[in-house]
Design a protein around this ligand. Sequence first.
Ligand SMILES: NC(=O)c1ccc[n+]([C@@H]2O[C@H](COP(=O)([O-])OP(=O)(O)OC[C@H]3O[C@@H](n4cnc5c(N)ncnc54)[C@H](O)[C@@H]3O)[C@@H](O)[C@H]2O)c1
Length: 255
Amino acid sequence: MLQKATYSDLAGKTVFITGGGSGIGAALTEAFVLQGSKVAFVDIAEEPSRALVERLERETGRAPLFMPCDIRDVAALQAAIARAGEELGDIGVLLNNAANDQRHKPEDVTVEYWDDRMAINIRPMFFAIQAVVPQMKRLGGGSIVNFGSVSWMIPQGGMPAYTTAKSAVQGLTRGLARDYGPFRIRLNMLVPGWVMTERQLTLWVTPEGEAEIDRNQCIKDRVMPEDIADMALFLGSDASSKCTSQEFIVDGGWI
Ligand SMILES: NC(=O)c1ccc[n+]([C@@H]2O[C@H](COP(=O)([O-])OP(=O)(O)OC[C@H]3O[C@@H](n4cnc5c(N)ncnc54)[C@H](O)[C@@H]3O)[C@@H](O)[C@H]2O)c1
């Protein structure tokens, strides 16, 4: 990956990423490893996660700590955060990235399905923050980046439980930014547009989808996972030390 910027304060910092094994998460893991951060990540997908760890160790000599974990299991998620802190040092950056954007028709949604979408897409954000805050307080501050989505802003239909959860990221971020600001713990939203991950390319990027991108984005280049990682590096580093409670959209100007 082309290294576009170096943030010296990120070297040696412990960074915890949810869903860091594939998609945008893999680009985040790689970008922070290249900055010299000590990266720990959880993911449910073991094969791509292990392959990523092996590749990064081969290419950089630095292996991120991968912990298999279903983030719907709050106790397991919080235990992974505790372990990362013990093994790598207190966590200074938390990237709440993992989500699942499976499409669903409103009429098909059951109570169980609704609860499951919340358990993947919003609940772990709060409980990861709850677990990481004592570590950040010990460090004298920290940066928490919660991943939103333009899907509910556009607005896009066809997945009401996902869009509901993603819109809630705003309330979660802004409320907690007030609570934790006095401890120099910053919370921001990173809002990706339509990012060309393998999953998107396989499942949703049809010729019609390509035409939609050309029509709606001001910048016609495709938004890539690395573009999102660039913003995450800025938000994770002290370069953004006075930014909190904000929304940073990386969507090529989708209008
Ligand atoms: N790709 C896009 O176009 C796009 C657009 C808007 C927002 N986003 C947001 O960006 C973030 C990353 O999206 P992505 O496209 O890389 O998604 P993705 O589905 O490609 O990857 C998500 C990662 O999270 C992991 N994961 C999913 N459920 C999990 C669980 N229960 N426990 C542990 N790990 C789990 C997956 O295995 C995967 O590695 C998400 O928050 C998503 O909502 C993405």
